[in-house]
Design a protein around this ligand. Structure first.
Ligand code: IPD
Ligand code: CA
Ligand code: CA
Length: 262
């Protein structure tokens, strides 16, 4: 499957940043044993990955806007298009030497996500999607899972940590959902959670309080693989609210009903 010229720019940027992060990740494994820990080093790796991505994307498309988690927003001469970038999604995993993190790049056109790349560099799994062209991992077409029974389904979520609000809501979700399903995972990278729904590894995912760069690319992957998606509450826009629930078609309504608690 051949992607668009924009997609090729995104893939090149994600792979280049991924190479830099993989090199730094090896170093993190050594720094675990030092008293200071790898915190500052990881912040630098994160910022360097965003610098690489920004240079590649804006070098190829100088008129597009750019929103990156580390460097913030820069508007472009073309107000209808912007890149939305999380250079390292799964920072806590990266910091602890856990190989589950990704580079996430989305292209937004007139408020809609049209191309997406999520690159799991540690496993060399490159997930990509384009509006109307399906979702792919490397050269394999992706489909959401075919499971129909909640009690066989495996879900993923994000659990707020530190001073983030929203913990009681997730605890209540888990109390309702866990007795009804096969399990819930919290692996720590929202972009990969959505990519794994697209790949049929998870049957569904939900999380509140995401930033746009955590989920912009992942939601297109899940949608193009045949997943259904919405905000968690009625009428909530996913990208505006940061709230998302997603599953294959047979499980979407029963799963959403449990998460909504009605
Ligand atoms: C985080 C991850 C995590 C999600 C958090 C995000 P970061 O992104 O996506 O899975 O639960 O809300 O902040 O900080 O690793 O880029
Ligand atoms: Ca993130
Ligand atoms: Ca990040």
């Amino acid at each position: 499957m051949q992607g668009s010229a924009n997609l090729n720019v995104m893939i090149k940027a994600a792979r280049k940043a991924g190479r830099s992060l993989v090199k730094d990740f090896r170093e993190v494994e050594n720094l675990q044993v030092s008293a200071k820990g790898p915190g500052d080093f990881v912040s630098k790796a994160d910022r360097e990955a965003e610098r690489i991505i920004r240079e590649e994307l804006l070098g190829a498309r100088p008129t597009y806007g750019f929103l990156g988690e580390e460097g913030g927003e820069a508007s472009g001469a073309d107000p209808t298009r912007r890149w939305i970038v999380d250079p390292l999604d799964g920072t806590t995993n990266f910091l602890h030497g856990i190989p589950h993190w990704a580079v996430s790049i989305a292209l937004e056109h007139k408020g809609e996500i049209t191309s997406a790349v999520v690159y799991d560099a540690a496993k060399d799994e490159l997930y990509w999607a384009e509006k109307g062209a399906g979702a792919w991992m490397n050269d394999k077409r992706l489909r959401v899972s075919g499971r129909r029974n909640l009690h066989e389904a495996l879900f993923a979520t994000g659990i707020p940590f530190g001073a983030k609000p929203g913990l009681p809501a997730v605890v209540q979700d888990l109390a309702r959902l866990m007795p009804a399903c096969a399990g819930v995972r919290r692996l720590g990278s929202a972009s990969l959670d959505l990519a794994w729904v697209a790949a049929g590894r998870y049957d569904g995912f939900w999380e509140r309080g995401n930033q746009i760069w955590d989920i912009a690319a992942g939601i297109l992957l899940a949608k193009e693989a045949g997943g259904l998606l919405s905000g968690i509450r009625d009428g909530q826009d996913i990208l505006e609210s940061g709230s998302v629930i997603c599953a294959n078609e047979p499980l979407f309504e029963p799963f959403r009903k449990i998460i909504r608690g009605n």
